[in-house]
Design a protein around this ligand. Structure first.
Ligand SMILES: [Zn+2]
Ligand SMILES: [Zn+2]
Length: 342
């Protein structure tokens, strides 16, 4: 069967690999129909992803159809369309025992630490499958992206009437925005690119946006929008360490700051004037919880999350080596590219 491998940074190769055999106990054999491309894949392609090794078959945002199930699998059956929770947790460590499957001490994310879904068929532990009846294949491939934002917003725990600021309107920021909108808090989005803010206003129905100038005027703009209160919850989705340090300045007294982007740079945080004086709470957000997946599937099915603006680019598996470099260009305007396998 066909699969798509990153042989080394910037080098895709379509390979022929043996198809997986019958599923073992607790496993399911799956036909992959869609694979969403995310920042992790772009960084992996560029050789900038720290947890990525080569050669690697990427792909962790998957829509799959169950083809066969092994012994003991009862919650899915052949023919079911499922979203995949791609965080392969050990089930035994201190995190897993407390239900924190998102930050298992031995986590292996599919397509990052082990081969993923850019192949015609894969076998996975069936417990990682979430049935998604009523969703289209494209919608189903968006569930994991949305789960990242869902968990980040849950970490910030916005309350009705609070202000929630999202820094960075890339896919992770937009995913957080979907859940900020559902929370009953008032979402505000800041980004350095006017085009992205226009997308937020026109396609996601959020009126309050701030074009970042990376100076004191950004804080003043937020202050004007919030009657001087600033943001009860700040979600930094940039992964930029300077932005992440500065995120504290946007937080209200008693506010919560959530880091959903990742940086390899050490951060020096101003303690007395912000963390201490405003008594801020600092939170990390990694992956998503198991329970987020069925919730998101329900929200899409009920039309409470409109997935239409999300997918901007499509390609078939065979076309990826040729079109992928173009997806990296900011001028391409990629929000989410989806790879079709059929
Ligand atoms: Zn992803
Ligand atoms: Zn574990």
């Amino acid at each position: 069967m066909k699969a798509l491998q990153l042989e080394q940074p910037k080098q895709w190769r379509i390979i022929d690999v043996p198809a997986p055999g019958a599923p073992g106990p607790g496993e399911a054999l799956l036909r992959v129909e869609r694979v969403g491309v995310c920042g992790t894949d772009l960084s992996g392609y560029l050789g900038k992803m720290p947890f990525f090794s080569y050669p690697r078959i990427p792909g962790h945002e998957l829509s799959v159809i169950v083809e066969a199930v092994g012994e003991g699998v009862t919650h899915v059956k052949p023919g079911d369309r499922c979203a995949v929770e791609p965080y392969l947790n050990c089930g035994k460590c201190y995190s897993c025992r407390r239900g924190l499957t998102n930050c298992c001490e031995h986590n292996r994310t599919l397509g990052v630490m082990c081969d993923g879904g850019l192949a015609e068929r894969i076998t996975l532990p069936a417990r990682k499958l979430h049935p998604a009846p009523g969703l289209t294949p494209d919608q189903c491939a968006l569930v994991e992206t949305l789960a990242i934002g869902c968990h980040a917003v849950d970490r910030g725990a916005p309350r009705i009437g609070e202000n929630i600021l999202i820094i960075g309107a890339g896919p992770i920021g937009l995913s957080a925005l979907e859940f900020a909108k559902l929370s009953g808090a008032r979402p505000i989005v800041i980004d350095i690119a006017e085009g992205r803010l226009a997308f937020v206003r026109e396609k996601m129905g959020v009126t309050d946006t701030i074009l970042a100038r990376s100076d004191a005027s950004d804080i003043e703009a937020l202050s004007r929008l919030t009657q001087g209160q600033l943001a009860d919850v700040v979600i930094d989705a940039t992964g930029n360490h300077r932005s992440m340090v500065r995120a504290l300045e946007f937080a209200a007294f008693g506010g919560r700051v959530v880091y959903v982007g990742i940086t390899q740079q050490p951060m020096e945080l101003p303690h007395a004037p912000f963390l201490h004086r405003r008594e801020l709470t600092l939170l990390a957000s990694r992956n998503a919880l198991t329970r987020d997946f069925p919730r998101i599937i329900g929200l899409i099915r009920d039309g409470r999350i409109d997935t239409r603006p999300w997918i901007t680019h499509h390609a078939r598996l065979e076309e990826v080596p040729a079109v992928f470099p173009g997806w990296l260009e900011p001028s391409a305007g990629v929000i989410k590219a989806v790879i079709r396998i059929d």
